[in-house]
Every structure is written in structure tokens, then in C-alpha cells.
Write a protein that binds this ligand. Structure first.
Ligand SMILES: CC(=O)SCCNC(=O)CCNC(=O)[C@H](O)C(C)(C)COP(=O)(O)OP(=O)(O)OC[C@H]1O[C@@H](n2cnc3c(N)ncnc32)[C@H](O)[C@@H]1OP(=O)(O)O
Length: 709
């Protein structure tokens, strides 16, 4: 056991592995349009292609079991490697017994259905060569000392047991907050890894939901069904950046489930959509304020305009809403940019006013100040350094000449400062070669906001006011975040204006979501899976992605992830070695972008992972050589991409008719009303191999699950 002095904080905490599950049956939106007599509404109006659904054989617990077991099998994760298990759902089966308790069958020898653990049988696709082999084999009740010691250098962190059983992951429980639950679970898991209680093992986060709306409901076509599982730990390929983080919370009755006996939510469609879009605004501004306060983002440099931001992932109740969300985020950027421009103009105007005032007061005081070496401070401007000495001020021929001289002097001073700033920007931006990024910075938002800049909301000013009032780097006023939220004209114009941005940032994550429908807590992570599947390590490593999570009611968060690659990932540029580069050393693609758009900062020492912990903490050396990417070959962007195998899994799905969907949905509804004991009636042929299903519910409501081999 290591002594306390030896404990070090884990680095690069984030998502190590990702698995998604969706059932084998789907109904096409085009078929639903025909059935509902509304051609174009679901495919164009909502932007969806298909909706996944399952029978009464698959509930939230079985979905969670399938995703968790699938992750452990595909990545070769032994039960003993998991020390924390957190589950998110809003399709709970019981108001006391957690879904997590069902998942414990995966961590208890002999307790899983038939004691046949799908994950125990299969070897990892790429066994770790770097992980230290435990000297003592793990027993079902004992964890190797290396894993329990809390040693947190990346190398030590991978010194986990390669197989076997350990103490069950007692930490963590179910989290409920509509679709946001998975994010709360992920943050709790990451916090555990970063805490002093961490025992060196990994955390597993599982999200599972059945999204079913009542027959005849306007929301019926926005259902879905699915699960996601994530492994959380240090030295991750998808690192949670603690700085890039913006949240929002509010009370609203937009989507809720007051009827305990039925699976259906009560939805106020218009309100839930505006809650989502308002939350995008709040989270984007709060994240920007944090990043700006840390010196990593200039007010006029939009989040979405940064060249290191390469993707946008969102919770997806319906695709069209996600597009509107990205457009809303672009609007926030635009408001910030225009505010910065307005402030600059105001500062220039104030400088002019100051000149006049100086002239009126006579040159004496000015000259005295200048003679003392102080010079006039530029009011409202950022520069407060002493102004350069100007001898012209000492020899005015009269008041008018003095005013003129002072005016010229101030103008010259401002010009020199601007020139100096420009030079500084050029020199920092020029520290490294401009990388050839696949995603060039998007153009300025070309949209008529229909208001002179003076009447536009001032998001940064609001943030500063909130900070002055003890609100930290956050906006508290709804002003900018909810500005013209109900304006459908503006909404349409924004979506149109950001079509190119959507193709660059949003499309790859939405690809899977459009084909599955909503799966509540799992939805946003299915979007992340879609992105990794479509881009792989070569397309993501060294760059950032923004992930927006929303749960009605309302909780929301915008998280920044940094993607790290390995040398073997196939990418050749320095960015391939990870965001670590964002430290501003200029040697990687992210570094160049970060410096050019707001300066450097050292906080990425925590974000950066390196085999050499000291280097990571120092944060100043060449990331290209110091971060070889994740050390455990099981957990890389490319291994995630391989494990997901989405194309063939999607192709294996069966298209069912709308009548079939309605019949199956009616079975599911009936299962909530049936007297006990209850035997599910859903066709087992629709349950694929390795998938867990509900076998029976006994007279006391106890549910039994089996795994289809
Ligand atoms: C728990 C969580 O996931 S958080 C979010 C929870 N909330 C949800 O999931 C939302 C659930 N769904 C709903 O409430 C509903 O399905 C809604 C609100 C999305 C749609 O409600 P409706 O009143 O039936 O549809 P509406 O008339 O607004 O049409 C929807 C869109 O399709 C468009 N549309 C309608 N008919 C057509 C058509 N024939 N062709 C093309 N587009 C059409 C509309 O213009 C509208 O688009 P817009 O909003 O961009 O202008």
C-alpha cells in the first residue's frame, strides 16, 4: 500500500471505452408518416429516419445489462477492474430497488443468469502489453495491492488485474433526472476517480431507457429505446476538460412522469423544446465565460469558430431540435462577438471624449502627469500600462495646440498599442506551423439579427455582472441566453445560416441518433458513439468536441472533451498526440488554435495525459513527444471505433410495419397493467445473441433476466 505522500492525482480522466446497444427492431418514419397522414413531418419536420423499439422482453434493466456486459466483453474488462458503478435511467422499474442492483449480477460470481458471463468468456481484442502484471492473482474478494493503492501515474493506473473478480463496485447508485441522468452519472464517476477515495480501479456508467409515448400523442414518433455504457478512468482517449464546462438548472414542468402505473410521460411539447434551446444558450455562455476567464478564449473568438473544436454532440429528442441547438450556440457566439466589437467602439469613443476633456482642462495637468512618467490611462480599454513619454506635451504653444497635441498623442498611443497587440498575436500564433486541419474555422454567422448592436444583449457584460455579484464566471440573467427564443423567423434563419457548420460539427454525431430515435439518458452517448464510429482516431485525436446534455425539468450541461490519439492511430500530425497541445506550447494543432484565439493557459496540465506525469504537470514541453496517447491499447479511439461496429449492427436490424410497432407497444403498455405473476409475451426471436431479456416476473414482482447465447 502506498503511503499518502506517494498518492498523485490521476491524469486525463475521461471515457476509456464506450458501448451502445439498440434493439433489433425498427419502424421507419416514412411509414409512420403514411400511417398518420402527415407526409414529410417526421422525416423533414423532425429530421428522423427510424425509431428503435423493443417488446416487453426488454426493459430498462435488461438494456442496461446488455450494454454493460457488452462493454466488458468487447474490451476485455474483468469484473475485478470495476470499482464504481453508476446507472442512469428515467424508465425505472421500481421506486426503491435500483437498476444498479440488477447489474451487480455481472460482478458476483455465480449470480449472473446461468453463471455464464458473456464478458468473462471472451478475451480482449488487444491484450495490454504495458499493464504491469499483478504479482498476486486476484481472488474473488481480494484486489491486487497495485490496484488498491491509489497509485495514479498512468503506468500505475493501468496496473489493474487483467482478469478475475474483485470487491464488488459498491460505490455509485441510480441517478434520475430525465435524460440528463447519464451525465450526472458520468460526472460522479469521474469525480470518484479524481477523489481521494479512488482505489485505482475503473468506473462503469450505464444509461438505459425505453422512450414510449402514448398512442395518439403528438410525441409518439419521437420515441426510441436503447442503452449506453462507458468506462471511466485515467489516461483516457476522451478526456473530460474540467475548464470547458457550462451548466444550467431550472424548474419547469415540460416533460414528466406523474403516472406511476404507466411508462408514458406528460409532455408540453413547445415548452420542452424551448427549455432545451434556452439551456443551450445558458450552457454555451457559461462555458465561454469560464474559458474566457482562464484566458483561453477572446470575447470576439466564438467557441464554434475555434479550429480545435471539431464536433458537436447533443442529446437528441429529434434531429431538427439538435440542429436548432447548434444554431442557437452559434448565435451566442455571434452576440459575444458583436458585444466585443461594440465595446471596442465604445472604448474608442471614450478615448476621443477623454482627449476633448484633456484639451478643455489645458495641457498643464496632462503634461505634469506625462512628465511624472505616468501618462493617461486609456479609459475602458484593456491597456493600463504607463504610456510612453511624449516630449511634444511639454511645449504647447497654447491651449488649442495643447489639445491638438494631446489628441495626436493619444491617437498615436492607441495606434502603437494596437500594433503591438497585433504583433504579439502574430508571434504567438506563429510559434508553430499552421496545421492542416480537416475542419477549417467556419465563416462569420451571416444572419440579420434585426437590431442595432446597442440593443443586442451583452452576454459578457452579464457574465461580469454576475461574477461581481458572487455568481462566478456565469451569466445569471436570462438576457442573452434566452434572447428571442420564441422567434421562429430568427430560428429558421439561424438554422439556414449554420447549415455548413452543422455539416462540419453536428452531422457525424447525429447520424446514429437519426436512425434510432430518442433513448433518453443514452441518447447523447449514442451520439458520441456515432461520432467516434464515423471519425475514428485519425479524425478526432488532438481536437475538442462539445457535448450538450439536456434533461427536462430542467438540468443541462455543455461539456468539453479532448480527444487523444496514439501514434499507431494512423494520423501523422502532432495533433494526433492529444489536446494536451492546448497548453499553448505551439507544437500541436490544438496549441496553435488555442493561442491564436485567446492565449495560453496551464490548466491543461490536468487534461493532458502523459506517460511522464511530471511532464504533464509542467505542461510546457513538446506534447508531440511527451504524450504518446493512452497507454492501454484496449482503450483508444480506434479500439472504441472497432468495438462499436455500428454499420453492420444497424444493417442487421429488421424493419417492422407501423401495425407491428403499435401491437408491440400495446404489449409493453399491458405489461405495466398485468396482474402478477407475469410472463412476457414478446417474440424471443427478436432478441439477439448476447442480449439480456426479461424471462419472468413472479407473484412478488421479482424480475428474472436471462442472456441469450
Ligand atoms: C426527455 C427528453 O428527451 S428531453 C425532450 C423531451 N421532449 C421531447 O422529446 C419532445 C417530444 N415530442 C413532442 O413533444 C412533439 O413531437 C413535438 C413538439 C416535437 C412536435 O409536435 P407537433 O405539434 O406534432 O408538431 P409541429 O406541428 O410542431 O411540427 C413539428 C415540426 O415539423 C414541421 N412539420 C410539420 N408538418 C410537416 C410536414 N408535413 N412536412 C415538413 N415539415 C413539417 C413543423 O413545421 C415543425 O417544424 P419547426 O418546429 O421547425 O417549425
Amino acid at each position: 500500500m502506498a503511503c499518502r505522500a506517494e498518492l498523485r492525482r490521476p491524469k486525463a480522466v475521461g471515457i476509456l471505452a464506450l458501448e451502445v446497444y439498440f434493439p433489433t427492431q425498427k419502424v421507419l418514419m416514412s411509414d409512420m408518416e403514411v400511417a398518420d397522414g402527415c407526409p414529410g413531418k417526421y422525416t423533414i419536420g423532425l429530421g428522423q429516419e427510424a425509431m428503435a423499439f423493443a417488446s416487453d422482453r426488454e426493459d430498462a434493466a435488461s438494456l442496461a445489462l446488455t450494454a454493460a456486459a457488452g462493454l466488458m466483453r468487447k474490451y476485455g474488462v474483468a469484473p475485478g477492474e470495476v470499482g464504481h458503478l453508476q446507472v442512469a435511467t428515467e424508465s425505472g422499474l421500481d421506486r426503491s430497488k435500483s437498476l444498479k442492483s440488477h447489474l451487480m449480477t455481472l460482478f458476483t460470481p455465480g449470480a449472473a443468469p446461468g453463471a455464464r458471463h458473456p464478458h468473462a468468456a471472451a478475451p480482449p481484442s488487444a491484450p495490454s502489453t504495458t499493464a504491469a502484471t499483478p504479482t498476486t492473482a486476484a481472488t474473488p474478494t481480494e484486489q491486487p495491492a497495485t490496484a488498491a493503492a491509489g497509485v495514479t501515474s498512468p503506468a500505475a493506473a493501468t496496473a489493474r488485474p487483467a482478469a478475475g473478480w474483485g470487491p464488488p463496485p459498491a460505490e455509485g447508485a441510480d441517478v434520475v433526472h430525465a435524460c440528463y441522468g447519464g451525465t450526472a452519472a458520468l460526472l460522479a464517476a469521474a469525480a470518484w476517480v479524481e477523489s481521494s477515495r479512488w482505489d485505482g480501479r475503473l468506473a462503469l456508467v450505464v444509461c438505459a431507457d425505453v422512450a414510449l409515448y402514448a398512442p395518439g400523442s403528438a410525441a409518439r414518433a419521437t420515441g426510441g429505446c436503447g442503452a449506453a455504457a462507458m468506462l471511466v478512468g485515467p489516461d483516457a482517449p476522451l478526456v473530460l476538460d474540467p475548464l470547458w464546462y457550462g451548466t444550467h438548472a431550472q424548474h419547469a414542468y415540460d416533460f414528466y412522469k406523474p403516472l406511476g402505473s404507466l411508462p408514458y410521460p406528460t409532455v408540453d411539447g413547445a415548452l420542452t423544446l424551448s427549455q432545451y434551446l434556452g439551456s443551450v444558450g445558458h450552457c454555451a455562455l457559461r462555458l465561454a465565460a469560464r474559458v474566457e476567464a482562464a484566458g483561453e478564449l477572446a470575447p470576439e473568438a466564438g467557441l464554434l469558430r475555434r479550429r480545435d473544436v471539431c464536433a458537436y454532440v447533443s442529446h437528441a429528442p429529434l434531429n431538427r431540435l439538435v440542429r436548432k441547438g447548434l444554431a442557437r450556440m452559434a448565435l451566442m457566439d455571434e452576440l459575444r462577438r458583436r458585444e466585443a466589437a461594440a465595446e471596442a467602439a465604445e472604448a474608442a469613443a471614450r478615448a476621443g471624449t477623454a482627449v476633448e476633456a484633456v484639451g478643455a482642462a489645458g495641457a498643464g495637468a496632462m503634461a505634469a502627469g506625462a512628465a511624472a512618467g505616468a501618462g493617461p490611462a486609456r479609459e475602458g480599454g484593456r491597456a493600463t500600462a504607463a504610456a510612453p513619454w511624449d516630449s511634444r506635451l511639454l511645449a504647447p504653444a497654447g491651449p488649442e495646440a495643447a489639445a491638438g497635441a494631446a489628441g495626436e498623442w493619444v491617437k498615436e498611443w492607441v495606434r502603437q498599442e494596437q500594433e503591438q497587440e497585433q504583433q504579439q498575436q502574430c508571434s504567438t500564433a506563429g510559434r508553430g506551423p499552421e496545421p492542416a486541419l480537416p475542419h477549417p474555422a467556419p465563416p462569420q454567422l451571416e444572419v440579420d439579427l434585426g437590431a442595432p448592436s446597442e440593443s443586442l444583449p451583452r452576454p459578457c457584460a452579464e457574465a461580469r455582472a454576475a461574477a461581481a455579484g458572487g455568481g462566478g464566471c456565469s451569466t445569471s440573467a436570462p438576457g442573452a441566453a434566452e434572447w428571442r427564443l420564441a422567434d421562429k423567423g430568427l430560428e429558421g434563419a439561424l438554422v439556414e445560416a449554420t447549415a455548413g457548420l452543422w455539416d462540419q460539427l453536428g452531422e457525424d454525431a447525429a447520424w446514429l441518433q437519426r436512425q434510432l430515435g430518442n433513448s433518453y439518458t443514452a441518447s447523447v452517448w449514442q451520439g458520441l458513439a456515432s461520432l467516434v464510429w464515423r471519425r475514428g482516431g485519425a479524425g478526432l485525436a488532438g481536437r475538442r468536441l462539445l457535448l450538450f446534455s439536456f434533461g427536462s425539468g430542467t438540468l443541462a450541461a455543455l461539456l468539453g472533451f479532448v480527444a487523444r490519439g496514439s501514434r499507431s492511430a494512423g494520423s501523422t500530425d502532432c495533433g494526433n498526440t492529444g489536446s494536451a497541445g492546448a497548453t499553448g506550447n505551439g507544437s500541436s494543432s490544438t496549441a496553435s488554435a488555442g493561442v491564436a484565439e485567446g492565449g495560453s493557459a496551464g490548466h491543461h496540465a490536468d487534461v493532458a495525459a502523459s506517460a511522464d506525469t511530471d511532464t504533464a504537470e509542467g505542461g510546457a514541453s513538446d506534447r508531440c513527444s511527451s504524450d504518446p496517447g493512452p497507454q492501454d491499447p484496449r482503450f483508444t479511439l480506434d479500439s472504441i471505433q472497432r468495438a462499436l461496429d455500428l454499420e453492420s449492427r444497424l444493417a442487421a436490424r429488421v424493419v417492422r410495419s407501423v401495425a407491428d410497432f403499435n401491437a408491440v407497444a400495446a404489449q409493453v403498455e399491458a405489461s405495466y397493467r398485468c396482474p402478477l405473476p407475469y410472463t412476457p409475451v414478446g417474440d424471443l426471436a427478436a432478441v439477439g445473441p448476447g442480449v439480456y431479456y426479461l424471462a419472468a416476473v413472479d407473484a412478488l414482482g421479482r424480475r428474472t433476466y436471462e442472456c441469450r447465447m
